[in-house]
Structure formats: C-alpha cells, structure tokens
Design a protein around this ligand. Structure first.
Ligand code: NDP
Length: 288
C-alpha cells in the first residue's frame, strides 16, 4: 500500500484563491483588508518570512505592509507603534515577527505580543483567542493547526470518533491542534518529550500530528496501518534539504494518507493567516 500524498501546495493555492475572491467582495463594499507586520532587527530568516507574508497578502489583494525597526529599537517605541496600529481602522491584522532583537527582554517581548488588540490578533496567539478556542467559541485560530484541519478535510478525513495523537505541546501548534481535533469530535492524546514509550502511544493513533522539530522522529513501524499522518516539522537536514518529523519513506507505505515536507503543512500556514485577515476585515462591513 502507498499512502495518498496530501498536497499542501495545491490546497494552499485553493485557500488563497478563496481569500482573493472574498477580498474582491470586500473591496467592492469599500473595505480593503490590511495586514501590518512589525519587524525589528536584521535576522535574515525573519526578513524572509515577513517578505513571504507581505507578498502573499498583496497577491490576494490584501494591503500588506511591513514596518521595519533597527535592532536597537526600544520596547517603548514598539509598544507605541502597536497602540497606533490597534487604533487604525484600516489595519485588520497585526503581527509581531519573532524573535525580537536581543535588546528586548523575554518579558517585554511577551508584553508586546499581548499588546495586539484581540480582534487584530490574526496569528491567534493571544491568551484571549487561545481561550476562545479552548471553550469552543469563535476567535482567531493559530494558522498552522487551522491549516492541518483544512488538509484533513480536503483529504476526506473526518476526525469524528477517531483517536488522534498530537506529538508536541507548544502553544502555537501542539495545544491548539489538540483543541481543534477535540472540537471535531476526535479522542485526543497529546504526547511530548516526557511521554514514555512514544512509539506505543503513536501506534494507537488513527490520526498522527507530528509537531516536534526532530527530523524523522516518527518511524514507519510506529504507525498503525492506515493511519493518517500530518507532519508539521520543518527541519534543516545535514544535506541542506528540508525534512519533517516523520520518516517519510518508511511511513508512506504504512499510512493511508500523509503530508510531505516540504509541500504539505508548510504552505498552509500563510494561506490560513490570509484567511484570518479576511475574517478580521469582514467585521468592518456595515450590517447587511
Ligand atoms: P516547540 O519546540 O515549541 O515544541 C516542540 C514540542 O515537541 C514540545 O512540546 C516538546 O516537548 C516536543 N518534543 C521535543 N522532543 C521530543 C521527543 N523526542 N519526543 C516527543 N516530543 C518531543 O516547536 P513548535 O511547536 O513551534 O514547532 C514544531 C515543529 O513544527 C518545528 O519543526 C517547527 O519548525 C515546525 N513548525 C512548522 C510550521 C509550519 O508552518 N509548517 C509552523 C510552526 C512550526 P516538551 O514540551 O516536553 O519540551
């Protein structure tokens, strides 16, 4: 058996086309969605991420803007900028690109992220939005887990009644992923670095989500035959290529469906971010 390869690039292109359509509708009613990213310092990886977000936004008709600050910017300056953006009715979504420069303490960095108005928190990282997800009320859902749910839907996989094992418990991937699967009626286990006999836990899963950051951690013989595998990991391998948290070559002959790395979950994150911006902007529409 060889698994269905879930094509994240194709699904992401579909999501972006849907967003572009929604944006056209918004613009026709006088609302141009706006996304603003705060980028401080010279970190090359951050600069690339921000460029990609801005480009993807512009391609969908969203007004993407990046505000750049030098590495020695103060937390107070960024805070004032966030206050200004929170008050700007034309800015629907705000992102603070991490990591902030080393001159900004971890505490200040956290405070700055939490300064974003909850209705503009299109990353869905604020405790307020994470709390809404936890209690099952609508809010902004973190983009990578949201993308995983869309991939499941596109692959025709319903989580209802399935046992899902999420490996990884970060606030931006593992935990919100588990909440989304729970909301979709899966029975959910969250595993992490202190889980004894991880292989045995993964073997009980109908759906496996690997969000760890350890290349090839999940082996083919850890999988129940027919399991659906979503590989969130993005790891730079010694040969310079990108690889996931799942040993793909082994898993592909055991799973019924699997996301590749690259080209699986990765492309979904920005697409779901654009969806969130669109949703934020739709709140600006006058009542029909
Ligand atoms: P974190 O480092 O924040 O979390 C990693 C999680 O994996 C932790 O909960 C940790 O457990 C767990 N873990 C670490 N080692 C093991 C192990 N040996 N066995 C079991 N669990 C382990 O990472 P993120 O959640 O931010 O990201 C995870 C991966 O996803 C990374 O590769 C990242 O690059 C990728 N990623 C991809 C995105 C995309 O767009 N596709 C977006 C975001 C992330 P513990 O809590 O006990 O330390």
């Amino acid at each position: 058996m060889s698994a269905q390869i879930i094509d994240g690039k194709a699904v992401s292109a579909r999501v972006r086309a849907e967003v572009a359509e929604r944006v056209r509708g918004l613009v026709a009613r006088g609302v141009t969605p706006g996304l603003t990213v705060l980028l401080a310092g010279e970190d090359p990886a951050s600069a690339t991420y921000v460029r990609n977000k801005e480009k993807a936004a512009l391609e969908c008709g969203i007004r993407g803007a990046t505000l750049r600050f030098p590495a020695d910017v103060s937390a107070a300056t960024l805070a004032a900028e966030l206050d200004r953006l929170n008050a700007d009715p034309e800015v629907d979504g705000i992102l603070v690109q991490l990591p902030l420069p080393p001159g900004i303490s971890a505490e200040d960095s956290r405070a700055l992220q939490r300064r974003i108005a909850p209705e503009k928190d299109v990353d869905g990282f604020l405790p307020f939005n994470q709390g809404l997800l936890m209690i099952g009320e609508p809010g902004f859902v973190p983009c990578t887990p949201a993308g995983c749910m869309r991939l499941l839907a596109e692959a025709g996989v319903s989580p209802r009644g399935k046992h899902a094992v999420v490996v990884g418990r970060s606030n931006i991937v593992g935990k919100p992923m588990a909440m989304l699967l729970l909301a979709a009626d899966a029975t959910v286990t969250i595993a992490h670095s202190r889980t004894p006999d991880l292989a045995a836990v993964v073997r009980t899963a109908d759906i496996v989500v690997a969000a760890v950051g350890r290349p090839g951690l999940v082996r083919g013989d850890w999988l129940k035959p027919g399991a659906v595998v979503l590989d969130v990991g993005i790891n730079r391998l010694p040969d310079g290529k990108l690889g996931g948290d799942v040993a793909f070559a082994e898993a592909v002959s055991v799973a019924s469906a699997i996301t590749p790395v690259p080209g699986g979950v990765g492309p979904m994150t920005i697409a779901c971010l654009l969806e969130n911006v669109c949703r934020a902007a739709e709140r600006r529409l006058p009542p029909a």
